[in-house]
Design a binder for this molecule. Structure first.
Ligand SMILES: [Zn+2]
Length: 627
């Protein structure tokens, strides 16, 4: 029950074009999500909260009983599911209501209450897993055989028991649990240092105004058309991290040592094996991500050349990578039209899908416009037993149309999974979380490239896609490569000094971006500002998600592939009912093979070729002027 995705970096959230931001009360009801389908009012919420709270207190009565018989096991599972379903509804309702207007504090208070109740619930049912793991071998199997209603829990229990060999004695588990807070110090200290203590310098923006750098402002400034501004922002951020390189290096080394400690104590082959275990992903998949990116790095090099040429630069630096190659078309697409564009772009998914999509639009799953106090950005959220709601701050740009397609991708995935799976498998894993949203974006991109006639729009669309490949595939694969190198070094007993980390970063940048990119000293510090590195071996999932989405979109658009639609719907309906790679495999995307990764980058190459024409044809007038 986490917010699936905070889609856009806050720097990209556009401000309204004209006039002031309206108060929520002045926005037409039809553009507001219908949260009253969850609870009619905060009073009803309070009533349900008290009931659930009482049930949470009583749930410990099941402790010591779950291994007794299949009937007692089933009663606990039923009660647990029923309570957690209501907890989810309480929590998302309070949060989404507070996001309507963050100035209204009573929903924030409700959300805090719901959160502590969830913590109490987790503590109350913490007996469950140890009791199951302590049962004699075969006990769960015999329960599943004798009780038909338990049968659906087969995969759930086999997953729980699969991890048994990595569970230690209860005394050891207790020690590990108590050491956990210390193990988290590196990450917590990194967050405190970077969010609270580090002060970045003041630079001049495009208008000559002083602006204090922050991580939040960096993204916007890195897209500035003024090279002086983006260089100052880049150097200001990275050189500041450089001042703390010994402290941050020590924190990162501490985090890696923590990974090592847990992997060894829990008897995994190594840290990577330990990180991949929960998704049951073989190491070869991780290696395919990195291998495909390196072997196809020449395509990224070509993109770097294209950037350099289009921007007319003598030298390409890292601070030239985010600036748009073509300005975002100043469009003012009415929301209703955006909805139609998305529905049309997603028509390869078939009538059932587009029918549900339209239903979402009509039944008010979506909170469309910005209003005073509303939370920024966009997300899709909900819980088992609610509709999948979408928060937008729709402003009429092409980017906003992509946001609708993306978030509705999440929502429809949840809708199909929740409607076709029992509660225990209703949620999909993180590994699958961005597949449906990115598939929708890919379909929309192809649709717009086919239907938009203006050259400026086509250029913008292609750059949007290139930067997605650069940041979601290559950049994350490079991060994955880095994490593998740092952990291997630590595993062989060598130190992770800041000098070594900077050198490694420089080498990786040269390998991935190629000789067109000048590797500035400031760039060698970039490793120090990536918070993801404190959750080791996570970022490769961005690459697998992006790749799976690209494969789905390609087969859905392939008119020869008659079964593509059915296979895709099977994927959407599967929730978390099996291992993620098997769910994808059954739907026709085999991430255990290298092929889908290669295919994704071949599409990148094709589009690069297409764009060379487009970008340099437009420059022709300059030449004819000379003539
Ligand atoms: Zn997303």
């Amino acid at each position: 029950m986490t917010i699936r995705h905070f889609l856009r970096e806050s720097g990209e959230n556009p401000s309204p074009k004209t006039g002031g931001v309206p108060e929520r009360a002045d926005i037409d009801e039809k553009y507001k999500w219908r949260l009253e389908d969850i609870y009619s009012s905060l009073e009803e919420w309070e009533k349900v909260f008290s009931e659930v709270s009482a049930r949470v207190d009583k749930i410990t009565r099941f402790a010591g009983t779950v291994g007794e018989s299949s009937v007692s096991l089933l009663s606990f599972l039923r009660e647990g599911e029923s309570v957690s379903k209501e907890l989810g509804r309480l929590y998302v309702y309070a949060n989404m209501k507070s996001h309507e207007d963050l100035r209204v504090t009573r929903y924030q208070e409700a959300s805090d209450k719901a959160e502590s109740l969830m913590t109490r619930y987790s503590a109350s049912v913490s007996f469950f897993q140890p009791e199951i793991l302590a049962l004699p071998d075969g006990r769960i199997d015999s329960f599943l055989k004798e009780n038909d209603e338990l049968k659906i829990y087969g995969f759930y229990f086999s997953e729980m028991l699969r991890g048994k060999e990595h569970i230690l004695s209860s005394r050891e588990e207790e020690l590990l649990a108590r050491a956990n807070e210390m193990a988290n110090v590196a990450q917590n200290a990194f967050t405190m240092l970077t969010d609270a203590d580090i002060k970045f310098p003041v630079i001049k923006d495009e208008t000559g105004q002083d602006i204090e750098l922050t991580e939040e402002r960096y993204y916007r400034l890195s897209r500035s058309p003024s090279r002086d501004v983006r260089r100052a922002a880049f150097e200001g951020i990275h050189n500041t991290y450089g001042l703390y390189k010994n402290s941050i290096g020590a924190l990162y080394a501490g985090s890696v040592k923590g990974d090592l400690f847990y992997a060894r104590e829990r008897k995994y082959k190594n840290t990577l094996d330990s990180a991949l275990f929960s998704d049951n992903v073989p190491e070869s998949v991780y290696n395919n991500v990195v291998g495909a990116a390196i072997d196809n790095a020449p395509f990224l090099h070509r993109y770097m050349s294209l950037r350099k040429r289009v921007l007319g630069l003598d030298e390409l630096h890292f601070y030239d990578l985010n600036v748009p190659l073509s300005e975002e078309p100043q469009s003012d697409i009415p929301y209703e039209e955006a909805v139609n564009i998305v529905a049309e772009a997603l028509s390869p998914l078939g009538d059932d899908y587009t029918g549900n999509l339209k239903r979402g639009f009509q039944e008010r799953w979506i909170d469309v416009y910005e209003n005073q106090g509303k939370r920024k950005g966009a997300y899709s959220w909900g819980s088992y037993g609610t509709r999948p709601y979408v928060l937008l701050n729709y402003n009429g740009t092409l980017r906003d149309v992509f946001t609708i397609a993306h978030e509705m991708g999440h929502s429809l995935h949840s809708w199909y999974s929740h409607s076709n799976q029992p509660q225990v498998y209703a949620d999909y894993t993180i590994l699958l979380a961005e597949v449906a949203s990115t598939t929708n974006e890919s379909l929309l991109l192809e649709h717009l490239l086919r239907t938009r006639k203006e050259e400026r729009e086509k250029k913008w669309l292609l750059t949007y896609y290139f930067d997605m490949v650069r940041t979601t595939f290559y950049r994350q694969a490079m991060f994955a490569d880095y994490e593998k190198a740092t952990h291997s070094r630590a595993e062989s007993g060598e130190a992770l000094s800041p000098a070594w980390l900077c050198a490694l970063w420089g080498e990786l940048c040269a390998k991935y971006y190629g000789s067109e990119l000048v590797i500035d000293d400031s760039l060698r510090m970039e490793w120090a500002r990536i918070p993801h590195f404190y959750t080791a071996f996570y970022v490769y999932k961005y690459v697998t998600g992006f790749t799976a989405a690209g494969s789905f979109a390609a087969s859905l658009l392939n008119t020869q592939d008659a079964g593509a639609r059915e296979r895709y719907l099977t994927f959407l309906k599967s929730g978390g009912s099996d291992f993620s790679l098997d769910i994808l495999g059954r739907a026709g995307v085999d991430l255990r093979s290298r092929e889908p990764f290669e295919a994704t980058l071949r599409i990148f190459e094709e589009k690069l070729k297409m764009s060379t024409d487009l970008f340099f044809r437009t420059n022709a007038p300059n030449c004819s002027n000379v003539a």
